[in-house]
Design a binder for this molecule. Structure first.
Ligand SMILES: [Zn+2]
Length: 115
């Protein structure tokens, strides 16, 4: 049996394999000592597509695509949307969650059986 700990709505970490996993389907994404985004499918979305058609394809409220992009991160197995970040075009991916795996192992080993 795996030893999953929930980290976000759609991300778990498996303490046995030290892998990021999709919470929805359990697919292993990437090493938990690295950025989980490296194991996701990415979609570089033009922000203008998020505002159509209610305000039109050239909505004046949509961010300028030359200044920002919506980077969507999906589970490669079940296509669950794991994260979205807004970045300037060409910006490297951010590493937003860095786990202290040693502390997670320690707290898991001291956890009682009543959880
Ligand atoms: Zn999944």
């Amino acid at each position: 049996m795996s030893n999953h700990v929930r980290i976000t709505e759609y991300l778990d970490v498996d303490l046995d394999s030290e892998m990021w996993c999709c919470h929805k389907c359990g697919a292993e994404l990437y090493s938990a000592r690295e950025n989980y985004k490296k194991g996701c499918l990415l979609f570089d979305r033009d922000p203008r597509t998020l505002y159509a058609p209610a305000t039109g394809p050239r909505s004046p409220i949509a961010p300028n695509p030359e200044w920002c992009r919506y980077i969507e991160f999906y589970c490669p197995k079940c296509a669950a949307l794991i994260e979205v970040e807004v970045l300037p075009p060409g910006h490297p991916l951010t590493w937003d969650i860095q786990l202290d795996l040693d502390s997670l192992h320690e707290s898991a080993s001291t956890r009682g059986t009543d959880e």
